[in-house]
Design a protein around this ligand. Structure first.
Ligand SMILES: NC(=O)c1ccc[n+]([C@@H]2O[C@H](COP(=O)([O-])OP(=O)(O)OC[C@H]3O[C@@H](n4cnc5c(N)ncnc54)[C@H](O)[C@@H]3O)[C@@H](O)[C@H]2O)c1
Length: 253
């Protein structure tokens, strides 16, 4: 990809899974990466792997649901690397998903926690990143949304609502700051075989998911991290305000 060398990037939610892979890929492209996560040990591990492979990364513990903590995360990027060029806002409370039943039965604490992390948290990172991006003449924000944002499902109402909200946030930011050089896009992954899903998913569920695709295989983390890198790079510089579906052709939109 063009133009990621020495760019300062935060991956917000990068201890494990898709965020960790995004941090590794962006570092391979030459970016200096702040690996942010609530899981401090996981963030340290991701950053250490990047540094051991010859890249540049620093770990920062933060809580995306806490405004002051998000401000601190942005400050780490500025203090460590001198500014901010791009952000991948990826954190999601995956622990709450199994209890995200339906609007009649859902425990309101699960609803509120999902909104606090998956939507309000993404808004907080956007809100505190934009002024720093503007100081560098613009930049790129990439959100991890989900096919759940548009699919229509009988369960996971909180998760789906937050992801639809993320799509709206991307469109809002592109509309508000596009002329100032800021691009904001959301990626909607289908099922991606992260290590956790590889270990925990029933084989039958994986077979069903594969059948739903128009592909020979299920998704891998690299399918998402390559799209993140593309959207942040100069190669993707005329893409703004889009919801980009990466799901092996499951949904044709
Ligand atoms: N894996 C998939 O199939 C899939 C599909 C569609 C969308 N997604 C989305 O991709 C993103 C990553 O999911 P994943 O599958 O890699 O799961 P994951 O659990 O490995 O990643 C989520 C990360 O967010 C962090 N996090 C959770 N709460 C946080 C908080 N309060 N503050 C800061 N960090 C916090 C976690 O510690 C973790 O590192 C999520 O937004 C998820 O909704 C995943």
């Amino acid at each position: 990809m063009q133009g990621l060398q020495d760019k300062v990037v935060i991956v917000a939610g990068a201890a494990t899974g898709l965020g960790a892979d995004s941090a590794r890929r962006l570092a391979q492209e030459g970016a200096k990466v702040v690996v942010g996560d609530l899981n401090a040990e996981g963030a340290e591990k991701t950053a250490a792997e990047i540094n051991a492979a010859g890249g540049t990364a620093v770990a920062a513990q933060f809580d995306i649901s806490d405004d002051d903590s998000v401000k601190e995360l942005i400050a780490v990027a500025v203090a460590t690397f001198g500014g901010l060029d791009a952000v991948h806002i990826n954190a999601g409370d995956m622990g709450a998903v199994s209890k995200d039943t339906n609007v009649v039965d859902i425990d309101l604490e699960i609803w509120d926690r999902t909104i606090a992390v998956n939507l309000r948290g993404h808004m907080l990172v956007s809100r505190h990143s934009i002024p720093e991006l503007l100081k560098r003449g613009g930049g790129s924000i990439v959100f991890t949304s989900s096919v759940a944002s548009f699919a229509g499902q009988p369960q996971r109402p909180a998760y789906s609502a937050t992801k639809a909200g993320i799509n709206a946030l991307a469109r809002h930011i592109a509309s508000g700051w596009g002329k100032d050089g800021i691009r904001a896009n959301a990626i909607t992954p289908g099922l991606i075989l992260t290590d956790e899903i590889k270990q925990g998913a029933p084989p039958k569920m994986l077979e069903d998911k594969l059948r739903e695709t128009r592909s020979t295989r299920l998704g891998e983390a690299r399918d998402i991290s390559s799209m993140v890198a593309y959207l942040m790079s100069d190669d993707g510089s005329w893409i703004n305000g889009q919801v980009v579906n990466v799901d092996g052709g499951t949904y044709l939109r």
